[in-house]
Design a protein around this ligand. Structure first.
Ligand code: URA
Length: 233
């Protein structure tokens, strides 16, 4: 696939678009050993791009799982909280995006990638990729809640009922909930809709991808080929 030269430099180095353009203007960039100054020059996959005579390479497509701790925000930048990307000690972490965000006080499995199609399959309501949460509740769970969730509940401010969800009761105040959509604060709002309150929320699984028990909060690892392939395209 072709990519614009200024974008190629940005993606390979982390420079801003304007700094990449300045480097081009100063004549620091060569493509296949020829000086190129045009930011819109189309780079083909087989071409070699150098900056100050050092070869540049694009990071390959990456797929990661992270064990999100409490107090970390699932966004790229924030003034009040550190964000998940700051936990990744890898080059060009800034070009990864989060496939399904968690609230700042929610812990557990976060998937990150630079494959837009793959993350769309994880998050799109049309693809019904299940997410399993371990939930701590303020009040004992009611006998009828599993049936209510199976039938769908009305969330405040939504037109449609929630999709069928599976509730597994572990104790009076601890449950597993599996949902196939990801509306804003969905799990907290579902329990609010049945008169309860979530006091602890942890995502254990997304589709067939389970949070690796070896990962301490804040740790991450690359996904395996099988995990990547488990997300239906
Ligand atoms: N539902 C919520 O309410 N919060 C999350 O972080 C994830 C799902």
């Amino acid at each position: 696939m072709q990519v614009r030269l200024d974008k190629f430099i940005c993606d390979a180095t982390g420079l801003t678009r304007s700094l990449a353009k300045k480097a081009l203007h100063r004549g620091e960039v060569k493509v296949d050993n020829c000086l190129v100054k045009d930011p819109g020059f189309k780079v083909e996959p087989q071409m070699t791009v150098t900056l100050d005579d050092a070869a540049l390479t694009l990071p390959g497509t990456r797929y990661l799982m992270l064990h999100k701790p409490q107090g970390i925000l699932c966004s790229t930048q924030d003034e009040d909280y550190p964000c998940v990307l700051s936990l990744l000690d890898i080059p060009r972490a800034d070009i990864l995006h989060i496939a399904g965000r968690l609230d700042v006080d929610t812990t557990g499995l976060v998937l990150l990638t630079d494959d837009g199609q793959w993350s769309h399959c994880v998050t799109s309501p049309k693809k019904t990729c299940h997410k399993r949460y371990r939930v701590q509740l303020a009040e004992p769970i009611g006998d009828d809640v599993a049936l209510q969730f199976a039938n769908g509940v009305q969330l405040h401010g939504e037109r449609e009922l929630t999709r069928p969800a599976v509730l597994q009761v572990l104790s009076a105040t601890e449950v597993l909930l599996t949902i196939s959509e990801g509306k804003y604060h969905q799990v907290k709002r579902m329990f609010a809709a049945v008169g309860n309150k979530v006091i602890g929320l942890h995502r254990e699984a997304v589709g067939e991808i389970e949070l690796d028990a070896q990962l301490a909060p804040g740790d991450w690892r690359h996904l395996t080929e099988a995990e990547i392939a488990s997300v239906r395209r």
